[in-house]
Design a protein around this ligand. Structure first.
Ligand SMILES: Nc1nc2c(c(=O)[nH]1)N[C@@H](CN(C=O)c1ccc(C(=O)N[C@@H](CCC(=O)O)C(=O)O)cc1)CN2
Length: 285
């Protein structure tokens, strides 16, 4: 039997329509959530993501600013802009689109964003709060993964989750969030021996390794939930996940597609973080 497909697009639309009402309510109270996005250079994929963030702000009734800077912008000028936005009252969230050109130190820029405006959840203070389980702005893609699983009606508590990939922006935070939801978590990475054997023990398998179609049916226990965070652009221009969707869906339980799975949740969670930041700033939550 073919698996149930978890539609990130549909779940994302549901969350956004709920958010629209919340924003209207906030605006009536004199608060308009504001997001500033900074794009350095002309990476084509980044340009698309930034446009989609701008559109999401417009659709949800947020105030937005997009700062498009030339690829040779100095780190000093970028930091000066971040600092200005840190002090700008109309801005509740600041996002610097990644990747940055190689002459700019990503860490220095992330560290310069005010913790309470770090809607990417990448600042070390927000990361630390995530580790110790305190309230923080959660990184968008990992938060989107948890939201997808829950909204698909899947129980996380007590399940064995296997996360493949240990990146700072997906693998590590997603494993912490799964633990917070009371899953037992195993992490696998490029040096893991017997990865397929471990993956086959998962009730929930989250894959974020950046290798197109790498995970085939031999990695999946029949009926397991499969969440594909991979986004790989193939030579033919098509987008592929890390999971070989066609073969895996024949054995798995609920599974996310690429595109249309985790991707759309990333921007929706960014909007949610901006809303949270605005409410906190105005002491409305
Ligand atoms: N500062 C950040 N930079 C980057 C992040 C991030 O979370 N913060 N994540 C990615 C890019 N990204 C958002 O910025 C992002 C990627 C993909 C999608 C998405 O909706 N994908 C669609 C397919 C879109 C396509 O055809 O290319 C899908 O999967 O259905 C949204 C946001 C790196 N940089």
């Amino acid at each position: 039997m073919t698996a149930m497909i978890i539609s990130g697009k549909q779940i994302s639309d549901e969350i956004r329509s709920f958010m629209i009402e919340e924003v209207k309510d906030l605006v009536r109270k004199g608060v308009t959530p504001g997001l500033a996005v900074i794009l350095v250079g002309e990476d084509p994929a980044s340009q698309v993501y930034v446009r989609n963030k701008e559109k999401a702000c417009h659709d949800l009734g947020f105030y937005s600013e997009v700062h498009r800077l030339p690829g040779d912008t100095s780190q000093e000028n970028l930091l000066a802009l971040v600092n200005k936005l840190n002090h700008q009252e109309s801005i509740n969230g600041i996002l610097v689109q990644l990747p940055l050109p190689s002459h700019i130190e990503e860490k220095a820029v992330i560290n310069a964003i005010a913790v309470e405006k770090d809607v990417d959840g990448f600042h070390p203070v927000n990361v630390g709060n995530l580790v110790i389980g305190d309230d923080s702005l959660l990184p968008c893609t990992p938060a989107g993964v948890i939201e997808l699983i829950k909204r698909a009606g899947i129980e996380i508590s007590g399940k064995h989750a296997v996360v493949i990939g240990r990146s700072n922006i997906v693998g590590k935070p997603v494993s912490l969030l799964l633990q917070r939801e009371n899953a037992t978590v195993t992490m696998c990475h490029s040096r893991t021996a017997n990865m397929a054997e471990i993956a086959r023990q998962a009730d929930i398998l989250v894959v974020a390794i950046g290798r197109a179609n790498f995970i085939d049916a031999s990695y999946v226990k029949p009926g397991a939930v499969v969440i594909d965070v991979g986004m790989n652009r193939l030579d033919n221009g098509k987008l592929a996940g890390d999971v070989d969707f066609e073969s895996v869906k024949e054995v798995s339980g609920p599974i996310t597609p690429v595109p249309g799975g985790v991707g759309p949740m990333t921007i929706t969670m960014l909007m949610k973080n901006t809303l949270i930041a605005a409410k906190r700033h105005h002491r409305l939550s």
